[in-house]
Structure formats: structure tokens, C-alpha cells
Design a protein around this ligand. Structure first.
Ligand SMILES: Cc1cc2nc3c(=O)[nH]c(=O)nc-3n(C[C@H](O)[C@H](O)[C@H](O)COP(=O)(O)OP(=O)(O)OC[C@H]3O[C@@H](n4cnc5c(N)ncnc54)[C@H](O)[C@@H]3O)c2cc1C
Length: 407
């Protein structure tokens, strides 16, 4: 089978690697020459690590670990402990995306995928082939995988995305020389107003390097991302003023879109499959997307290997089974937060205050919002996380505009 994988981020490279391993003829195309940078908090989370371990992609042994972290809001903070769970070790690694994506990309090539640099435009089904416009030339493929990120050209070309319904976020990160007392995430306030939904982060990368950034949810109105840089300036200054970070010299800044919550996107149609951000699989609560990119890549490669171009239904089912429960809940929480900022502020302040006193509660929130509920096993907070997910599902089922994950 001749497969075109568009985009060589984690989703595309892993799909290409697994299909090449199964003996398919795979072309992996990206508009950038690798290694290339990508806006990210650079945290490869515990579930992402377990996928990579399972498929045999080694990562640098000296990468900095990230586990328990603080969640701050309005002057209060609670520690969210991280513990090993079912099939994961309970910590992530901070690896700069220029290096992380290159490791996966090189492994895909070394296992037989053909690499190309080029921009994919139109994709069309003509009979039993897909015709793809690739750098001015039309080529035929049996299957196309859209792994081309949040603004997927493949999804647009195939009419698989409804721009009015998609749940977008925008995030901006800085690489800064410096140090921090704590890895942390802060829910953001502007004056007395909560930025809903919005958060800032600072992650230690080891060797006196920090990744700090902010993310904001904007729904389908992308103009709402304006002002992100000023928000990040204020957040950075606040961290400095509170002696949480010390920084030296200038920073490197990069921003990017997040497509979240599996909303407004049809993940498979006519032999075209979407993986990772192109499919809208980013966690709507905290912006993590690498684990979902890798998981969807594994599911997609298995479906293509078995069903070729006829696996639309099988892939939609697989995505539904793995992601629907949490992503639809996260989507609902985002909508509620956007519509009721005052109530959200009260709820978050109460959560952080109570979480300071109850390790179980803090732990449960950490498990829930990192989408680890299904993998928590028996540990403090596991029940609280299940309760939060159950409640979220209940509210989702009552919401008239609930996401249609069967898009
Ligand atoms: C600021 C920020 C911070 C984040 N922090 C984290 C974090 O700490 N941890 C985490 O897990 N997730 C994080 N995320 C989310 C994470 O970056 C994404 O979920 C992840 O990159 C998705 O991988 P992907 O392979 O689907 O897409 P991408 O990594 O976006 O890769 C898409 C690739 O497609 C290529 N491409 C696009 N269009 C075309 C075209 N037409 N033709 C050819 N090639 C094309 C691009 O060049 C790119 O290489 C963050 C996102 C942002 C913006």
C-alpha cells in the first residue's frame, strides 16, 4: 500500500514509522527541513513515554524529569503529587521539541519511510486513488494521513473540519536561561478578572534552562488570542517578583495553536485519516497533546495496516473509545468556564484552598486534569478523579451544545 503522511511532528513520524515497519511504502512529507523547532512546553508526559517505550523509540537517558507540580491561583497554591499508575511511571521528561521531534523523524526514516520536504495543498479522491497536490505536482496514493497540526491543510481540503465549531487555544512559550524553585502551572488573573480559560507554566529543563509560557482558550474566535504576549510578560514578571524564578539574558519566543476537545472535526473520511492536533486531540484543560498524538498514531497505523483505505469507521470507533470520555468533559468544562467566569473563579479558588489541606483532593485533580484517570490504578486521589470525570460526563450529557464526537 502507498501511504502519504503529511507532517512529521510526533503524530506523523510515529504513524510513518509503524507503517514502514509493517512493510508499507510510506512517504513522510513536511514543509520544514528537520531538525525544526515547534512551540511547546517541551513536556513529554507519562503516557507519551509509555507509548514510546512500547514501540521502541529510545529517548536521551539524561533528559530532565518532571513529576509533581504546583497549581497556583490567586495567591494560593497546592501541590499535585505525581505517582506511577497503570502502564506509566508517573513522570514526564522535558526535551526540547527540536530534539524530540528529530529523534522520532530520524527513526521513521531509518525504519524505511521516505522523507520529503514540501507543502501539501489539495487532496482529492478520484476513483480508488487519492490525488495529492505536493509542491506543484499531482501524485497518487492509496491512503493519506493528515498529521499536519492544528491548522491541517489535509482536513480543510477534504472538508473534515467545521471552522465555526472547532475549539481552539493559543499558547506562547519562552526559552529562558535561569532557574526556578518549582515546576508549576498557574491559573491566571488579569487584575481581579480570571482569564478563562487560561494558565501559565514554568518548567525546569535542567542545565539552568526554563520553559515558561501561557495558554488561553479562544473557542472558534481566534482573534481572542491577541494580547497573549502582554499576558506572558506580566506572568513572567509576577514569577520574578515572587522569587519563583530568576532569569538571565534574553529569551526565545514561539507561539502556536492548539486544537482541542475533538470538536468540529471528522477524524476519517474516504481513506484520509487525521492524527494528533489535526484531529483536535489536545487536552482542553491543560494543553497537553503529544501523548494523544502518539496514541492516535498507533491506532491509525493499526487501522491502516488492517483496513487500508476502508478503515474510516474502525478508526472513528478507536478514537472514540480512547478519547471521547475525557475530551468531551474537558470541552464542557471549557465552555462553562468561558460562560461563567465568576463562578469558575470561586470554584478554582475553593479547589486550590481545599487541595492545600487534602492531598487526596490535590492528587485527584492532578490525575483528572492530566487525563490519567483511566490509568491511575489504586492510589490516593484515584476515586476523586473518577468522581470528577463521572460528574463531568453527567453535565456533558445535559449540555444542549455537547460536542458531537461522531462528526
Ligand atoms: C506553546 C505550546 C505549548 C505546548 N506544550 C505542550 C507540552 O508541554 N506537552 C505536550 O504534550 N503538548 C504540548 N503542546 C501541544 C503539542 O505541541 C501538540 O499537541 C503536538 O505538537 C501535536 O503533534 P502533531 O504531530 O499532531 O503536530 P505538530 O507537532 O504540529 O506537527 C505538524 C507538522 O506538520 C507540518 N505541516 C503543517 N502543514 C503542512 C503542509 N501543508 N504540508 C507539509 N507539512 C505540513 C509542520 O511543519 C509540522 O512539522 C503545546 C502546544 C503549544 C502551542
Amino acid at each position: 500500500m502507498r501511504v502519504l503522511v503529511v507532517g512529521a511532528g510526533p503524530a506523523g513520524s510515529l504513524t510513518a514509522l509503524l507503517l514502514a515497519r509493517c512493510g508499507h511504502e510510506v512517504v513522510l512529507v513536511d514543509r520544514s527541513t528537520f531538525p525544526r523547532d515547534k512551540a511547546c512546553g517541551d513536556v513529554v508526559g507519562p503516557l507519551a513515554l509509555s507509548v514510546l517505550e512500547r514501540v521502541g523509540v529510545p529517548l536521551p537517558g539524561d533528559a530532565h524529569r518532571i513529576g509533581s507540580m504546583w497549581l497556583g491561583f490567586d495567591g494560593d497554591e497546592m501541590l499535585m503529587p505525581a505517582r506511577p499508575g497503570l502502564g506509566h511511571r508517573g513522570y514526564g521528561l522535558t526535551i526540547r521539541r527540536k530534539d524530540f521531534d528529530d529523534i522520532l523523524y530520524r527513526q521513521a526514516i531509518s525504519e524505511g519511510a521516505e522523507s520529503r520536504v514540501g507543502v501539501v495543498g489539495a487532496v482529492q479522491r478520484r476513483g480508488n486513488r487519492l490525488r495529492v497536490h505536493l509542491d506543484g505536482v499531482d501524485e497518487g496514493f492509496d491512503v493519506v494521513v493528515g498529521a499536519d497540526g492544528a491548522n491541517s491543510a489535509v482536513a480543510r481540503a477534504m472538508g473534515m473540519v467545521d471552522p465555526d465549531r472547532v475549539l481552539f487555544g493559543f499558547a506562547l512559550r519562552r526559552h529562558v536561561s535561569g532557574s526556578t524553585r518549582t515546576d508549576r502551572v498557574d491559573l491566571l488573573l488579569e487584575g481581579r478578572e480570571m482569564v478563562t480559560p487560561g494558565y501559565g507554566w514554568v518548567f525546569d529543563q535542567g542545565s539552568d534552562q526554563l520553559n515558561l509560557g501561557i495558554g488561553v482558550g479562544v473557542g472558534a474566535q481566534r482573534a481572542r488570542a491577541k494580547g497573549a504576549r502582554e499576558l506572558l510578560d506580566r506572568y513572567e514578571q509576577d514569577l520574578v517578583d515572587r522569587n519563583i524564578i530568576t532569569t538571565v539574558g534574553t529569551h526565545q519566543e514561539m507561539g502556536g495553536w492548539l486544537k482541542m476537545g475533538l470538536v468540529g472535526t471528522r477524524v476519517a473520511a474516504e481513506g484520509v485519516y487525521l492524527v494528533g492536533d489535526a484531529a483536535g486531540l489536545v487536552n482542553p484543560l491543560q494543553g497537553e497533546g503529544i501523548a494523544a498524538a502518539l496514541t492516535s498514531a498507533s491506532l491509525c497505523a493499526a487501522v491502516i495496516d488492517r483496513w487500508g483505505a476502508n478503515g474510516d469507521a474502525a478508526y472513528r470507533r478507536a478514537i472514540d473509545q480512547h478519547f471521547r470520555e475525557f475530551l468531551t468533559t474537558g470541552y464542557t468544562i471549557q465552555r462553562v468556564a468561558l460562560g461563567h467566569p465568576k463562578a469558575t473563579r470561586v470554584a478554582m479558588r475553593s479547589l486550590v484552598r481545599l487541595g492545600r489541606r487534602s492531598e487526596r483532593l490535590a492528587s485527584g485533580w492532578g490525575i483528572f486534569w492530566n487525563d490519567l484517570t483511566a490509568y491511575s490504578g489504586r492510589q490516593p486521589g484515584a476515586r476523586a478523579a473518577k468522581l470528577a470525570l463521572g460528574l463531568g460526563q453527567g453535565v456533558t450529557s445535559l449540555t444542549p451544545a455537547r460536542p458531537s464526537w461522531r462528526d
